[in-house]
Write a protein that binds this ligand. Sequence first.
Ligand code: CU
Length: 122
Amino acid sequence: MRRTIGAVLAVAAATIAAGAAVLQETATGATTTTVGIGLHDFFITKSVNGGRHGTFTFVIRNRGAVTHNFRIRRGTAGTVLAKTTNIVPGDSRTKTLTLAAGTYTIFCNLHPNLMHVKFTVS
Ligand SMILES: [Cu+2]
């Protein structure tokens, strides 16, 4: 039995380490979520597929061998809500913004046809 509890704790720790950390929740249901974004040659990875509406902190790292950047827009053609300057390989940026419920697109505008992923806020 002790072994089972240890396994459950290990899973919980792994979940937190994956970057799906919901830090707080307000009376309106808004939350604060940290999202890890990896920029690769030429695709984007995300630590979570989305989250509850509220504040999102995107921790963006260029894990590729060429320069990339980060953009997020509502839908697939909406106004860009946040962007970074170009990020050289190995470098990082952090962007924090408030997102309402909806579907968003995270993309790199240096390689927009290859590097775009959906992000869903509920
Ligand atoms: Cu790129």
